[in-house]
Design a protein. Structure first.
Length: 129
């Protein structure tokens, strides 16, 4: 794992604003936790989809950049399965394929008990160097 690149990922100001916390980072893998707060709720009283998307995107960024090569997202989509419940959400990003210039990741977002799959995020990245 490239510590300098992880420092760059940790400097993400929007992630800080949402309270995202890197739990584990390795090459091709990351876990990120978000404490659910009042500001994460939408008008219906459930966690805003954009907050969940950002949680997943940040986990993707950490996992895909952990090897030290700058990787940027070029495509992403998310499917929501259940409303988020509890005090925390946990995103687990896993590399599914990688070549010299492209990579693909799945990010599963779980409730605080790591039992209920809340959403799945799929992303493709461009490896710049």
């Amino acid at each position: 794992m490239n510590k300098e690149m992880i420092k760059t990922v940790e400097n993400d100001q929007f992630a800080k604003l949402l309270g995202l916390e890197l739990i584990k980072v390795d090459i091709g893998y990351a876990e990120v936790r978000m404490e659910i707060k009042a500001e994460h709720f939408n008008g219906l009283g459930i966690v805003q989809g954009g907050a969940i998307f950002t949680l997943a995107d940040f986990a993707f960024a950490a996992a895909s950049n952990a090897g030290g090569k700058v990787t940027v997202g070029i495509n992403a989509n998310i499917t929501y399965f259940k409303p988020a419940k509890g005090r925390y959400l946990l995103a687990k990003a896993t590399e599914t394929s990688s070549s010299r210039s492209l990579c693909n990741y799945n990010v599963d977002i779980f409730d605080e008990d790591n039992a209920v799959l809340v959403a799945r995020f799929n992303a493709a990245g461009f490896i710049k160097n």
